[in-house]
Design a binder for this molecule. Structure first.
Ligand SMILES: Cc1cc2nc3c(=O)[nH]c(=O)nc-3n(C[C@H](O)[C@H](O)[C@H](O)COP(=O)(O)OP(=O)(O)OC[C@H]3O[C@@H](n4cnc5c(N)ncnc54)[C@H](O)[C@@H]3O)c2cc1C
Length: 404
């Protein structure tokens, strides 16, 4: 292979590693450049490492041949080269951006020191380094405040509580995981966290992080109430990491814009995973990142017909505390007028199942505690096929595990 037909992939996360591995299998080896010190790992399982359930090496991904450690600092599209932080330059024929997301840092007073470093005790929760830093700091009795009550904040709060920290979770919205769950399912997540000893405050906006000598001491709410804190976790969402693309003049909206061939506005540059925006969607989830990597591998290995048509992504979360707590949510979990809804709830067992059907098609659902039917439901939702109308198909969907 000549240097100018080489595929270079920036980012050794879930998408980049999957792409490099698939390309290797298809006989088109790629050069993968990743900045993280650690062996590539499955980011989805970081909370399990923080909870002490898995050692870091357990979540390692099979490392593809041709992994180069380093950070890419610039793209020269005319010369088709990338510049690395160590001063080296690498030529590409096709460049793939798989740079993932950055954590969103909320605009809190006191958060940033003059040299733009987070104060001691304040952590994002995105990388293995974040996870190991938190893991080192957490001890029984440590006072931890988690800011944000989405998937990330709930996972972090649960993991810290399992490690014996006194955890307070501050959520700005009126309920937990409001983007994925309906109010009933949110209540069950709340109950689960409270059972683990987590104090949850909803409709609660944090406005200030107070530090002494560069280390966090407390967190102040908008109403002036202050919480003592030895540790603060920022779990306020993520934004696509599109800085390199933007600086190189590639079209970026929320994420790096790509078409069905995952091609950016530069025909020699593709983008996949959290950093990419396809058909208006920035997914921020593992399943679409992996699907995009698979489609792109086929395309780069010579399958001209390989196209990405979007992913119907299911959110799944397992909170393994003293008792396991599983949930899955997909599509629209709140009905519109005229939709059919079936719900089954068992307050004693803490299980809840609900599906929303519109015009004979499954448009969304949420399952808590009892996921036996999730495979059958996901298939019905992904396929978007009309549901059989043989009387009671909705109940059947919720109670028959469909062999999943
Ligand atoms: C704690 C946590 C829990 C999660 N739980 C779930 C879940 O339950 N379900 C789910 O679907 N998703 C979950 N996610 C989201 C999921 O991890 C992401 O959607 C997925 O990792 C996206 O893969 P990616 O390859 O696009 O990005 P990433 O996995 O973020 O990988 C991007 C890589 O690129 C590297 N990089 C960036 N810029 C450069 C550069 N200039 N030079 C070199 N390297 C660079 C980064 O360091 C990083 O290693 C979770 C995320 C976190 C943090």
């Amino acid at each position: 292979m000549t240097s100018n037909s080489r595929v270079v992939v920036i980012g050794a996360g879930l998408a980049g590693v999957r792409l490099a591995r698939r390309l290797g299998e298809l006989g088109t080896p790629a050069l993968l450049i990743g900045e993280e010190e650690h062996r590539p790992y499955n980011r989805v399982l970081l909370a399990e490492v923080l909870a002490g359930r898995y050692a870091p090496e357990v979540i390692a991904l099979p490392t593809p041949a041709g992994l180069l450690r380093g950070r890419v600092t610039g793209i020269d599209r005319d010369r088709r080269t990338v510049a690395c932080a160590d001063g080296s330059e690498i030529a590409y024929g096709t460049l793939v951006l798989a740079t993932g997301s950055n954590p969103v840092l909320p605009p809190l007073r006191g958060l940033f020191t003059p040299d733009h470093v987070l104060p001691e005790g304040v952590h994002a929760f995105r990388t293995m380094d974040d996870c190991l830093g938190l893991s080192k700091a957490v001890r029984p009795g440590v006072r931890a405040v988690v800011i944000g009550g989405g998937l990330l904040g709930v996972s972090a709060a649960r993991a810290l509580a399992v490690r014996g920290a006194q955890v307070v979770l501050a959520q700005q919205a009126e309920r937990l995981m409001e983007r994925q769950l309906d109010p009933n399912a949110s209540k069950l997540v709340l109950r689960h966290l409270r059972d683990l000893g987590v104090e949850v405050h909803t409709e609660c906006r944090v406005r200030d992080v107070r530090c002494v000598g560069g280390a966090v001491r407390s967190v102040e709410m908008a109403d002036g109430y202050a919480l003592d804190a030895d540790l603060v976790v920022l779990a306020c969402g993520v934004s696509p990491r599109a800085g390199l693309a933007k600086a190189a003049g590639i079209a970026v909206h929320k994420g790096i814009l790509v078409d069905d061939e995952l091609r950016t506005s530069d025909p020699h540059i593709r983008a996949i995973g959290d950093c990419a925006q396809h058909d208006g969607n920035v997914y921020g989830l593992a399943a679409p990142a992996l699907e995009q990597a698979d489609v792109l591998a086929e395309s780069l290995a010579g399958d001209a017909g390989s196209r990405y048509g979007g992913t119907r992504a299911l959110t799944r979360l397992t909170l393994a505390g003293h008792t396991a707590f599983d949930l899955a949510a997909f599509g629209e979990t709140e009905p519109r007028p005229g939709d059919d809804v079936v719900q089954l709830a068992d307050a004693t067992r803490g299980t809840y199942r609900k599906v929303v059907v519109r015009d004979d098609r499954l448009v969304g659902g949420v399952l808590v505690g009892e996921l036996g039917t999730v495979g059958a439901l996901a298939r019905a939702w992904e396929g978007a096929e009309p549901l059989p109308s043989d009387g009671g198909p909705l109940l059947h969907l919720l109670t028959n595990d469909g062999g999943s």
